[in-house]
Design a protein around this ligand. Structure first.
Ligand SMILES: Cc1cc2nc3c(=O)[nH]c(=O)nc-3n(C[C@H](O)[C@H](O)[C@H](O)COP(=O)(O)OP(=O)(O)OC[C@H]3O[C@@H](n4cnc5c(N)ncnc54)[C@H](O)[C@@H]3O)c2cc1C
Length: 389
């Protein structure tokens, strides 16, 4: 794709995404948050319109796309959909499916991927355990081989789409004698397998996303559902994190923009002491500070997308210099979101504290962006290591 084609495709995709987000997500975001869920039909709608398949192979029902195309999609969905809860669950396949695409057998891919991209089934990723999330190498959920099955026992927690998922991409320990990263594998567990128990978790934000604790009690999984080889799980998990972190950074930009959109609108209309808020210099500067952070995040995202696409073309996915940039960018983007959500609530005054405003919802969604997919401190450690410090 040449530069002109890429620009045109980006604009068309951003327009289509914006229309979908404005008409089919934003008007319902508050009600779905209050209800604690969104209709399952939204998956089918997003599938029909092709949004679920962006970035996936054509022969599995997707539309291949470089990061430069995924970026405007994620930003527009976040900015105009204004609901982290909806997006987290609607797109949980973006963390659940990549290990299946990269390491599942062709037969498994044909069985699992197309129905998920059509929105008929839901995919989730289950790594975090009650004993810890950051220190992935210490996970304890076990998968013991018995003939042509694995028997899975253990617990996962904070799992997005955990209540509804039809497919769970689960990190397990296949070598019971191992400690640390060595004995970890990835297994695709069918959601209807006997022995899985799901418990819904209550949260600060993302109310419309179903987050669950999962209990595996002697769950039998066909051995052909192993993704990659036994013991290769840690590497798969780390590779998968990079795409998730880039996506979180892009979404954080969209949410920051949504806060600025609402705050600017309010500052133009709301009058105090005989003038619109926007005419008071202190508030105008607050809006400028938001825009400054948004602009730097936007430029950095574009640069990291271009770098990632160039490395992919050279067969150097997940090169250390790119991984370091993604870690730094995730922190910068989520700090931008935090700053903008805080400033927007302040500019809206009492209204910013009321349920139903975009800024109030996004304010409650900040912390999960700074913790999920690798917490801020972990991003700093990983960036330092990749930079050779
Ligand atoms: C709403 C929500 C949805 C989620 N969805 C999923 C999902 O779909 N799948 C999934 O597998 N997980 C999911 N997670 C889990 C998420 O990835 C973890 O919460 C995250 O990785 C942090 O793990 P933890 O909560 O166990 O914190 P811990 O690992 O216990 O860490 C606690 C705090 O200590 C800090 N910390 C830890 N170690 C160090 C250190 N060495 N130096 C300095 N600071 C340190 C951390 O940064 C963190 O701030 C979700 C979480 C939330 C809140």
């Amino acid at each position: 794709m040449n530069d002109d084609n890429l620009r045109e495709t980006r604009e068309a995709l951003a327009d289509a995404t914006t229309r979908f987000a404005k008409s089919e997500i934003a008007p319902h975001a508050t009600a779905w948050d209050e209800a604690g869920e969104f209709p399952r039909a939204l998956y089918r709608r997003a599938g029909e319109l092709g949004f679920l398949g962006i970035g996936y192979p054509e022969d599995l029902g997707g539309t291949p796309a470089p990061l430069a195309l995924k970026l405007p999609l994620w930003v527009a969905l976040a900015r105009h959909g204004t609901s982290g809860g909806v997006l987290a669950s609607l797109f949980s396949h973006n963390i659940g499916l990549p290990p299946v695409i990269a390491h599942g057998s062709p037969q498994l891919q044909r069985e699992v991927v197309p129905p998920v991209l059509r929105g008929e089934q839901i995919s989730a990723l289950a790594i975090t355990e009650p004993g810890g999330g950051s220190d992935v190498a210490q996970l304890r959920t076990s998968a013991r081989r018995e003939g042509d099955h694995y028997i899975v026992d253990g617990e996962k927690t904070f799992i997005t789409s955990g209540m509804r998922a039809d497919w769970l991409t689960v990190a397990v320990r296949t070598d019971p004698a191992s400690r640390g990263a060595g004995g970890i594998s990835m297994l695709l567990v069918p959601g209807d397998a006997p022995g899985i128990r799901r418990t819904r978790l209550a949260k600060m934000g993302w109310h419309s996303s179903d987050t669950a604790q999962l209990h595996f009690d002697g769950v039998r999984v066909p051995a052909r559902n192993l993704l990659g080889s036994e013991g290769s799980g840690f590497r798969i998990i780390m590779g998968n994190f990079n795409g998730e972190r880039f996506g979180l950074a892009a979404a954080a930009l969209g949410y920051a923009q949504a806060c600025l959109d609402e705050a600017l609108d309010w500052a133009r209309q709301r009058k105090t002491f005989g003038a619109a808020l926007l005419e008071h210099q202190v508030l105008r500067h607050k809006l400028v500070d938001m825009q400054m952070r948004i602009s730097s995040t936007e430029a950095w995202l574009e640069a990291v997308a271009a770098q990632g696409d160039a490395l992919h073309a050279q067969g150097r996915d997940n090169a250390p210099e790119w991984v370091a940039q993604v870690c730094l960018l995730k922190n910068h983007a989520t700090q931008t979101m935090q700053f903008c959500a805080d400033a927007a609530v302040q500019i809206l005054g009492g209204m910013g504290y009321m349920r139903g405003t975009v800024s109030e919802r996004i304010y409650r969604e900040v912390k999960v962006m700074m913790i999920g997919g690798g917490a801020e401190e972990i991003m700093k450690e990983l960036a330092a290591r990749q930079l050779g410090w």
